[in-house]
Write a protein that binds this ligand. Structure first.
Ligand code: TXA
Ligand code: MG
Length: 362
């Protein structure tokens, strides 16, 4: 990781519901500062995508490899045409945009040769990843900034994505101009990164990263089959897939059945066990000697599990109010429904946290 000189000793914390704060934060973004902001997926680390010097700050602050391109965020479809980011949308892209934007969908599209994006945004690829977020704070900020905003998740490379301003400050304090905080929970919060689809070849659309919008929804609206790219592919379509993904400091094992056996086996080996599971499951095991439980969502509610997953993973690294220490193994119990949509995305992130060293970072 490159050495960072702290440029911003104490980050400004802006209030997401204060109009003046949004205007000040938007001006800072436009002027080239790094600013983290909430979206309905995770916090983004934003920079003016038209300014090479700002975009390079993102890579420095995160310690992100320069061949991993960034998602460009705008507030509306008309911003996309105003800034000439792509040629006119194909019928498939237009149908997906009408159904899922604003929302947790990122479309990788051919980039227009008239686009004026800093080269580092697309890491030299002929395509550009675009998203229009739905979170009202992100929407207001992007509308006010009135420039395309490049924004990866606002974590240090290799850490779980942030879902609170505190997570952002924990990772990036001293490296960013500010963060927009938001206290009220947005109704459509998903807590995991957006679904990324590749539409660069209209005949072969593909899901590059699962998220809250499922392949089934995409196929229903698009009227076409979407391939699912395989992890560990030698030439990944999304360059981020080849990087090592976040893995907690302690090994993590996904436990789909026989939790009681797994717990007693590990305790019997003299290990201190961390349990990551829904609140009700954690309550059952809370008083066991040698076991520390970090609740994640409520039983039978996959959405709540997804919203709380990154906070729970951070707790196992000793961060935040639920922090636990000195865990030898984390047993993660996935929610019951993991077949499609947000459940599939949860499983994808848990498997990556378990594999750690695999070629599958996003
Ligand atoms: O929900 C999200 O998508 C969040 C919020 C902030 O919008 N952003 C996010 O960005 O997760 P990031 O950088 O952590 O993940 C973006 C992924 C990376 O795997 C990257 O390689 C891929 O999208 N990507 C970006 N541009 C691409 C392109 N032109 N072609 C293929 N993949 C691309
Ligand atoms: Mg990320």
């Amino acid at each position: 990781m490159p050495t960072i000189t702290a440029q911003y000793p104490s980050p400004h914390v802006f209030c997401g519901t204060n109009e003046l704060d949004i205007a000040t934060a938007a001006k800072a973004l436009r002027d080239g500062h790094l600013l983290a902001f909430p979206t309905e997926t995770v916090y983004g680390l934003g920079a003016n995508a038209l300014l090479p010097s700002s975009v390079s700050l993102i890579f420095q602050a995160k310690g992100r490899p320069s061949d991993n391109p960034l998602i460009v965020h705008v507030s509306s479809l008309s911003d996309i045409s105003f800034h000439n980011l792509t040629p006119p949308l194909t019928p498939l892209a237009a149908r997906l945009a009408a159904a899922f934007w604003p929302g947790p969908l990122t479309m990788v599209l051919p980039m227009s040769r008239h686009a004026r994006l800093a080269a580092a945004v697309t890491a030299g690829l002929p395509s550009v990843a675009l998203r229009i977020p739905k979170h009202p704070v992100a929407a207001a900020l992007l509308a006010k900034a009135a420039v395309p905003i490049a924004a990866p998740s606002a974590n240090l490379s290799g850490r779980p994505s942030p879902t609170t301003a505190q997570h952002v400050l924990h990772d990036l304090s001293g490296r960013i101009f500010g963060v927009v905080d938001t206290d009220n929970r947005f109704a459509d919060q998903c807590g995991l990164e957006s679904t990324v689809v590749d539409l660069t070849d209209p005949a072969h659309p593909a899901v590059l990263r699962p998220g809250a919008i499922s392949a089934a929804q995409l196929e229903f609206v698009g009227g076409v089959r979407f391939a699912k790219t395989q992890d560990n592919t030698q030439r990944p379509k999304a360059p981020g897939m080849k990087y090592r993904h976040y893995a907690p400091k302690s090994p993590l094992q996904v436990v789909e059945k026989d939790l009681a056996n797994q717990i007693s086996y590990n305790l019997g080996q003299g290990r201190r066990v961390g349990l990551l599971a829904d609140q009700q499951t954690c309550d059952k095991w809370r008083n066991f000697e040698g076991l520390a439980a970090v609740p994640c969502g409520t039983h039978n509610d996959t959405e709540s599990f997804a919203r709380e997953l990154y906070g729970a993973l951070r707790a196992f690294d000793g961060e935040g109010p639920l922090a636990v220490q000195n865990i030898d193994i984390i047993l993660a119990v996935p929610p019951i429904s993991v077949q499609d949509g947000i459940g599939e995305a949860v499983m994808n992130r848990l498997r990556k946290a378990a594999a750690g060293g695999n070629l599958n970072h996003m």
